[in-house]
Design a protein around this ligand. Structure first.
Ligand code: PHE
Length: 347
């Protein structure tokens, strides 16, 4: 029996040492110490021993049990320490690894220019207003003295929503002239920036959506001189004191007289040529058309309940993309809308 107990001890301790996880450890505990375990089986035979041998064997059995139990405890804590160790290693966060940098964005170049233009006009006393992009034909055309059948009302140029051509995407911010004069009586001084839409094919200078900034001033004794003064002031503020611009006579149904203002091309500096070829930015013109303007037509004032005998005014509508292109020396309009960060980050 003594040999049996020794054998159990040796085998049990070896098996426990070899146990790699708590599940096998538990199996081993049942195998050696359980009710049907090896040690129990030996103890059951104690009754067959002599009275002298019994206490000796009993003592031996108890010490074998104690040793196995001690080994069990030792392995259990070693295994759980290892498990904890592994878990910690797996979940470790290395706070010294550099983080993902969050890059700061900035204002879109076109918005930068819009902000500058707004600041200048606010300084001149203009009120900045906003208006609907989905507009009634009466505001976009009719009350601006653009009769039905006028070529600019053509379905090939305008995005209409309804079959009767009464609702459309505004083709010009001039609709805001009517909206503003409906609500305000002279003296008035308005600036209305916003999106406009035309069925233009996109090329280096055209897009079906672009931005205009509409200006309107109505008071007593307003003249064409006031119009030129306002426009020259703004252009010098944006492009610098030596900015080259020119006024050309033009026609708009809602202004009389009317003109257009051009800026000298920033690409070819007015020569119309770049490296011996036609300048791609101004198509060889040497000038870039920036805005339309004129004295508010008496009919338009009348359409808004303002007496043209007493009041006069001027209006202008400038293309914001064209302004931004000149100011930031951008050669292709489409770059402004592509939103490629490699382009945007330059400004
Ligand atoms: N609305 C005109 C255009 O889009 C520009 C303009 C505005 C002309 C105001 C005169 C007065 O071309």
């Amino acid at each position: 029996m003594k040999e049996q107990l020794e054998l159990i001890k040796q085998n049990a301790l070896a098996a426990l040492d070899a146990a790699e996880n708590t599940a096998t450890l538990d199996e081993q505990r049942v195998k050696w110490l359980g009710k049907k375990g090896e040690l129990t089986a030996v103890l059951k035979m104690m009754g067959k021993l002599s009275a002298e041998e019994r206490p000796i064997m009993g003592q031996l059995a108890n010490s074998v049990r104690a040793e196995i139990e001690a080994k069990l405890e030792e392995r259990k804590s070693a295994l759980s320490a290892a498990a904890l160790e592994a878990k910690l290693a797996a979940e470790a966060i290395d706070v010294t690894i550099p983080g993902d940098a969050v890059s700061m964005g900035h204002q879109h170049p076109m918005n930068q220019v819009l902000q500058q233009v707004k600041d200048i006009f606010v300084g001149l006393g203009y009120t900045v207003v906003d208006g609907p992009e989905v507009e009634l034909a009466s505001y976009n055309f009719t009350r601006l003295n653009i009769e039905e059948g006028h070529p600019s009302r053509d379905r090939s140029d305008t995005f209409y929503f309804t079959d009767d051509d009464a609702v459309l995407l505004r083709t010009q911010t001039s609709s805001m002239q009517i909206r503003f004069m409906e609500e305000h009586k002279p003296p008035l001084c308005m600036l209305a920036p916003g999106r406009v839409f035309r069925k233009d094919e996109a090329d280096a200078t055209h897009s079906p959506m672009f931005h205009q900034i509409e200006g309107l001033v109505v008071d007593e004794h307003i003249t064409m001189g006031d119009l030129k003064g306002a426009l020259i002031t703004i252009m010098r503020a944006i492009y610098g004191e030596d900015a080259q611009m020119r006024f050309r006579p033009h026609h708009f149904p809602f202004t009389e007289p009317s003109c257009e203002m051009d800026m000298q091309c920033h690409k070819c500096h007015g020569t119309g040529e770049v490296d011996g070829a036609v300048c791609p930015t101004c198509h060889g013109e040497g000038w870039i058309e920036l805005l339309g303007a004129g004295m508010v037509h008496p009919e338009v004032l009348r359409n808004c309940g303002i007496d043209p005998e007493k009041y006069s005014g001027f209006a202008f509508g400038m293309g914001l993309e064209r302004m931004a292109m000149g100011r930031l020396k951008i050669n292709d309009l489409r770059l402004i809308f592509d939103n490629d960060v490699r382009f945007l980050n330059q400004f």
